[in-house]
Design a protein around this ligand. Structure first.
Ligand code: ZN
Length: 460
């Protein structure tokens, strides 16, 4: 058996791992490298293997850094089957079509610049047509816990990862002469005890390839984080300002909606608090959540069964059209406005920041990760002034950063997950920055642990 590593190795984006066993070649995820334009070259580079020689792709979940290069894989010759859970398949459709649209738009802007310089314009990484071809490659649907045969002596099964809707860890069972070897890829792992989704439920395995994003960190509890969110909203309403929440369309939006509904339902927040979800992508993703009760935990399933919608606070208003989004600019106070992008690198959130950042009564509440160099990070780090659409604005709003809503397992959860899996033959850490990975590797010792570099491989 040969495992090779082609993305998110000693790094956190571009997940792409290859396993060759039982005469077949299978890819686990084929994600985009993210973090700005400088990664365009990395995304367009050679995969490090021949796409036409891959038999199957197992997709752990629909985040762009796990599925974003699938259209490129198909464009370069992959003709096999893509297997994912039903929810992942639906979310991946949203994510890939949006990604292709953005790639085409970016290429169009670049082409205009190139023409002005007299240079030859570069083609987009992929087009809508490529994305649609990749979507056609989705074959069998994985059901949690039900093995699918991939060939003689080889089967695969998907198991709850608790990260986003449809997310899964993927187990390979490989029949060898004297035993069956079990290889588990964690995918991204969520924290146990978060709302909506079931907790991670990993099977036992001999070899485990696991994520290590927060291998060096502990999160604050969800309960404390919700209390902090409610406090920030109530204080802002008392001052007469708006609460602006930059959110990611998948998972974070739905989780915040869940908490807002619970808090407006039991009096922690005003019952009719106006909540504007100003993001077509997040609205569509929330609809996908409603269509997949097979992914819910017991509490959420119970609410739906009783005819309640746990993702709809009483005062929720959905804003798809641009005109509706612009109308929000006239609201000076008393509303919660959720929009993307989560790191404020683009999208409608930038308009809401422009209209609220300078108001002392307003508050900006960050509920997710913000990478270095992004507008979100500059505001979090205490910038006095920021530039949005060429206009310099003073930051007078209250800025809150609430860290407990992370969709990734923290160090304690990663260790608990690993203890259930075993991974005694070998544990391979991926999807982490070097410091987080090395810290976790230290805690797993004396078990055999590897932290492979991108482009490397292991024979096992
Ligand atoms: Zn993810």
């Amino acid at each position: 058996m040969r495992l090779s590593f082609h993305g998110a190795d000693r790094d956190v984006t571009g997940s792409c791992h290859l396993i060759e066993c039982a005469g077949r070649r299978m890819l686990i995820d084929c994600g985009m490298f993210q973090g700005g334009r400088e990664l365009a070259e990395e995304n367009a580079a050679d995969f490090g293997f021949d796409p036409a020689a891959i038999d199957t792709v197992l997709l752990t979940h629909a985040h762009l850094d796990h599925c974003g290069r699938l259209p490129l894989l198909v464009k370069r010759g992959f003709r096999g089957e893509i297997i994912a859970t039903a929810a992942t398949r639906e979310l991946a459709r949203l994510v890939l079509l949006d990604s292709a649209r953005l790639a085409e738009e970016d290429a169009e802007i670049e082409a205009r610049r190139s023409r002005r310089r007299g240079a030859r314009p570069a083609a987009p990484l992929y087009t809508l047509v490529d994305a649609m071809a990749a979507l056609d490659g989705f074959g069998r649907t994985a059901v949690y816990g039900v093995p699918l045969p991939l060939g003689p002596g080889l089967r695969v099964s998907f198991h709850d990862a608790g990260h986003i809707l449809g997310s899964a860890s993927v187990l390979f069972e490989i029949a060898e002469a004297e035993r069956t070897r079990r290889v588990l890829y964690s995918g991204d792992l969520g924290n146990a005890g978060r709302p909506i989704l079931r907790d991670p439920a990993p099977p036992a395995a001999d070899i485990v390839v696991m994520e290590s994003t927060y291998g060096d960190r502990r999160h604050r509890s969800v309960r404390d984080s919700v209390a902090e969110l409610c406090q920030a909203i109530n204080a802002t309403l008392a001052r007469g300002g708006n609460v602006v929440i930059p959110t990611f369309a998948l998972e974070r939006t739905q989780e915040i909606l869940f908490h807002l509904r619970a808090a407006t339902g039991d009096g922690r927040l005003p019952a009719q608090l106006p909540v504007f979800l100003d993001s077509p992508m997040a609205i569509s993703a929330t609809e996908v959540y409603r269509r997949h009760p097979e992914c819910y935990d017991a509490e959420t399933a119970e609410l739906f069964r009783n005819g309640e919608d746990p993702l709809r606070p009483a005062g929720l208003r959905l804003v798809r059209e641009t005109a509706g989004s612009m109308a929000l600019n006239r609201i000076e106070g008393g509303a919660v406005i959720m929009a993307g992008s989560g790191m404020c690198t683009g999208g409608r959130i930038r308009h809401h920041l422009r209209h609220n950042l300078w108001r002392e009564a307003a508050s900006i509440v960050f509920v997710g990760f913000a990478a270095h160099g992004t507008l979100a990070r500059r505001i979090i780090d205490g910038a006095q002034r920021v530039t949005i659409y060429g206009e310099e604005l003073p930051v007078r709003a209250q800025v809150h950063t609430i860290n407990g809503f992370s969709a990734h397992a923290d160090q304690a959860e990663l260790l608990a997950w690993h203890a259930r899996v075993g991974g005694r033959e070998r544990t391979i850490l991926v999807h982490g920055e070097a410091t987080a990975m090395d810290r976790l590797a230290g805690l797993l010792a004396p078990l055999p642990v590897s932290t492979p570099e991108i482009g490397s491989h292991l024979e096992l």
